[in-house]
Design a protein around this ligand. Structure first.
Ligand code: APR
Length: 232
């Protein structure tokens, strides 16, 4: 077997499920009762910023009630102890990878604990509520700030860095994601084309399961620590 030097890991809502954060597609297409178009599109924000701010304020506040689980902690350990490179890409907007010990996390869909100003593009860490009355700390525009979340129709973050890592990896592992949302759902194909081994760790076969060379099914808190132990 060839040596393993570069690993790319993609995580989705399933890795945070056992910490108590609801996944998206298991909830009947609704996000905590709201249609995706209402709370996860620029058009929804323009139509009802009060509702959208309230939705993300609740989710940001809920971070204070959850803890990283054994899967987040195992990946934190892998990132600090693996002798090669571990690129950790998440679609999740929570901070559980960081609290689980990961030192470098690419949040391709943004972060609940970040905000940016639509007037001047200033970006900052934000742990408090945002409202239509919040003023930008840089340009002072009232109502300029919005959650730093990549909504449908917007460009995910750090795609150049992610694609470079996928092109250079020996192993691509997808954890707790349904494989329903692109571009993340296409990462397995790019990694495979560039010669990487591919592994899915998910509760059940995902939509893209057939594209992986190997798939293990079960809960993240069981599968991920087992897999990490086998590598370290
Ligand atoms: N362990 C492992 N996998 C799990 C667990 C668990 N305990 N619980 C659920 N899963 C799996 C589900 O079987 C499902 O395949 O996690 C996956 C979660 O899928 P989604 O809810 O679709 O979440 P995700 O793939 O992260 O969604 C991608 O879609 O709505 C957008 O921007 C949002 O980042 C999100 C993106």
């Amino acid at each position: 077997m060839s040596t393993l030097e570069n690993i790319v890991i993609l995580t989705g809502a399933g890795i945070s499920a056992e910490s108590g954060i609801q996944t998206f597609r298991d909830a009947g297409g609704l996000w905590e009762g709201h249609a995706v178009e209402q709370v996860a599109t620029p058009e929804g924000f323009a139509a009802d910023p009060v509702l959208v701010h309230r939705f993300y304020n609740l989710r940001r506040a809920a971070l204070g009630t959850v803890e990283p689980n054994a899967a987040h902690i195992a990946l934190g350990k892998l990132q600090s102890e693996f002798p090669g490179q571990v690129t950790l890409v998440t679609q999740n907007v929570d901070d559980l990878h960081e609290r689980g010990g990961a030192s470098d996390v690419i949040h391709m869909h943004g972060e609940l604990l970040s905000a940016f100003c639509t007037a001047c593009n200033y970006r900052w860490r934000e742990a408090e509520d945002l409202t239509v009355e919040t003023a930008c700390p840089a340009c002072q525009t009232v109502g300029g700030p919005r959650p730093d979340i990549v909504w449908f129709g917007e460009m995910p973050y750090e795609m150049d860095r992610i694609e470079r890592a996928l092109q250079n990896c020996d192993l691509f592992v997808s954890i707790g994601t349904s494989g329903a949302v692109y571009p993340a759902a296409g990462f397995v194909h790019l990694a495979k084309t560039c010669g990487a081994r591919t592994l899915e760790l998910n509760l059940e076969p995902s939509q893209g399961s057939g594209a992986f060379r190997e798939a293990r099914h079960g809960s993240a808190t069981q599968l991920v620590p087992e897999w990490v132990d086998s590598l370290l």
